[in-house]
Write a protein of this length. Sequence first.
Length: 157
Amino acid sequence: MGVKFLLDTNILSELSRKHPDNNIVTQIEKYAGQCATASVVMHEIRYGIERLPAGNTKDNLQAFLKQLVAYEFQVLSYDNEAASYHASERARLTGKGLTPSFTDNQIAATAVVNDLVLVTRNTRDFENFSQLTIENWFEANDITVQQLRDEHLSKYE
């Protein structure tokens, strides 16, 4: 099965927490092998880590990043096709008086040109992009999450 979801920075960052949101963990487990991220997201994570002072937090996040890389999590590049979509959307949205962040536009472009669903907590940041499908796994349906947990637990009974 191929890649279906592009994970935004806040989704990957959630996984680095001591106690990540259960909905995120459940969905990542459910769609293992079907998730990727954008090179721009990796930049945001690395930049955030680089800005931290030396200490446990920085060390823990660097270890998390190494695990992500070692897991061979697929990272999609911002390419010429994405740049074309980005330029078109930036002009369209600016014409409407909207100014999404440059990096959000790059992330949206990467999702659209690869025909992927963007998974993010910040749905409002992406709601105006054309041709973009968005999911917020933090707001996953509780029944669905419980059903997934039951399915997962039944494998070990």
